[in-house]
Design a protein around this ligand. Structure first.
Ligand code: ZN
Length: 244
């Protein structure tokens, strides 16, 4: 009889001993009949593992492999673990949103300065979504379709903010020049410009140019997001296949 089996919970390789009818997985502490483990290893077609979390009932069994002692098992388990990605850290969505937003805002800053020097500021949309995705992965400790969607949303918000800040700065500059030329006898601070700039969007001609910039930014954002969306969909398909 073989002395190896597969964990029915997490898919790790288990070394069986003769001391009991049950076997125990050192990775997830799942305890179940040895027969099942052997059967699972023999018939590795369409396996799926629930990956429940079990408390370790006796602390004498090392939860982490001692490398020297379990060298052979480690390579086997590492292989199977990799296949099923049991060790992937948990996705922290809230932290991910913070990360995506922080990094997307860097894209917004890129936009803002490119706009000032008259360069295609919409490229900021692409920068924003790429950075947002990096931010999400860093903070959420995982990449996923959810992360991609959050990154795109964060990039859109950042672009909108950048667009609005450009409008506010244009307003501020306009007021400064009107004041300098004596057209008006008062001027506004930049903060006031930020607070009131939206009123200028009532002017169709002004609104049109900013909306065009915003739309162009969204377009670049979509280009940047394409790769991530396709990757994430591939990832989902792959996970479905391996039965996660
Ligand atoms: Zn297990």
């Amino acid at each position: 009889m073989t002395n190896q089996g597969l964990c029915k919970n997490c898919g790790s390789l288990i070394t069986l001993d003769d001391s009991s009818e049950n076997c125990k997985c050192v990775f997830c502490h799942c305890v179940f009949p040895k027969e099942e483990a052997v059967k699972l290893l023999e018939d590795q077609e369409d396996l799926s593992f629930p990956n429940e979390v079990y408390e370790d009932p006796d602390q004498t069994v090392p939860a982490v492999y001692d490398e020297g002692r379990y060298d052979n098992e480690l390579s086997g388990n590492a292989r199977i673990l990799e296949e099923h990605e049991v060790y992937e850290p948990k996705e922290n969505v809230v932290a991910g949103i913070v990360g995506a937003m922080l990094f997307a805002l860097i894209g917004g800053v890129v936009w803002f300065f490119m706009f000032q020097i008259g360069f295609v500021s919409a490229v900021g949309g692409l920068v924003g979504v790429v950075l947002a995705n990096i931010g999400y992965s860093l903070f959420a400790k995982r990449e996923s379709l959810k992360g991609v969607i959050i990154s795109v949303l964060a990039a859109i918000v950042a672009i909108a903010i950048a667009c609005y800040m450009c409008l506010a700065l244009d307003c501020y500059n306009a007021f400064q020049s009107w004041y300098a030329s004596g057209e008006i006898d008062y001027t506004i601070t930049f903060i006031q410009a930020v607070r009131g700039a939206y009123r200028f969007l009532a002017e169709p001609e002004i609104a049109r140019s900013y909306i065009f910039d915003f739309a162009l930014g969204l377009f670049f954002c979509a280009i940047g997001a394409c790769r991530y969306v396709l990757n994430a969909i591939d990832d989902l398909k792959r996970k479905k296949k391996t039965g996660e």
